[in-house]
Design a protein around this ligand. Structure first.
Ligand code: MG
Length: 257
């Protein structure tokens, strides 16, 4: 069921979103060649607890996964699309791209956002284009968020942009409503038909999160049960914001750029 948030709930979601935004700013500052991904997780976890919040992903369980998610954040490198697991033996190298997905709970409400970063200064033009295409896809989606528009309008605009850039859309995973739970109704696909799906109303809170690949679209799960990778080994990028539908438009609840 889709729920519309009341003003006091929105205040808590703004606080949760601010924590998530602070973590992404910190990631931007510390990501560099040679850093291990567990150090990123440790830094994120420290900041989240200093801000009196809890990491949404730590211990998260879904149907079909054998064990709860072990990290505070998801760290996905190169051909990993989402849900990469932080590990001290997984070390970032010059020219990698790394997607960091952050969720935080403040006073019972979630915020959720993601960004793909270039590691070092020598990322390939193809990887740079993939990052820029995915970032743009997110903001194109956000430009359609206002009362009266539909989820299909958002998905259609995102898909059209990504395909026009010669990239692929990951279709098995989607954005989602968010609030007391990290994943609430509705699902927010990164493809669709303009005018289809539910109509946006003031007070709806949800995440748009395009996942984009430079090669073929199919993805697979790693043997750890969590990490999602491209089947063909091509690169993937992921950008996400938590959004509120306002009276006449949209507010980004996880502003960090
Ligand atoms: Mg999300």
């Amino acid at each position: 069921m889709v729920t519309l948030k009341k003003p006091d709930e929105i205040e808590k979601m703004k606080r949760a979103g601010a924590v998530v935004a602070d973590v992404l700013k910190l990631m931007r500052d510390i990501i560099r060649p040679g850093i291990d991904t567990m150090s990123l997780d440790d830094a994120a976890s420290d900041l989240i607890s200093r801000e009196s919040a809890t990491a949404s992903f730590k211990g998260y369980k879904t149907q079909g996964t054998r064990s709860p998610f072990p990290g505070s954040i998801c760290v996905s490198i190169n051909d990993e699309v989402v849900h990469g697991i932080p590990d001290k033996y997984r070390i970032l190298a010059e020219g990698d791209i790394v997607s960091v997905d952050v969720g935080a709970i403040y006073s019972g409400y979630h915020g959720d956002a993601a960004c793909t970063f270039a590691v070092g200064d020598s990322v390939s033009p193809m990887r740079a284009k993939l990052i820029e295409t995915t970032r743009e896809a997110l903001y194109i989606g956000i430009s359609h968020v206002k009362p009266g528009r539909t989820l299909g309008d958002i998905g259609h605009a995102i898909e059209e942009w990504i395909l026009s850039r010669g990239c692929g859309v990951v279709r098995e995973y989607a954005g989602h409503g968010i609030g007391k739970k990290m994943h609430e109704a509705p699902q927010v696909p990164n493809y669709g038909k303009a005018g289809s799906g539910i109509t946006l109303r003031q007070g709806l809170t949800f995440c748009i999160e395009p996942m984009v690949v430079s090669g073929d679209e199919p993805v697979k799960s790693a043997s750890n049960g969590w990490t999602v990778l491209t089947k063909d080994g091509s690169d993937a990028a992921h950008f996400e914001h938590t959004l509120l539908v306002t009276e006449d438009g949209v507010m980004i609840l996880t502003p960090w750029e």
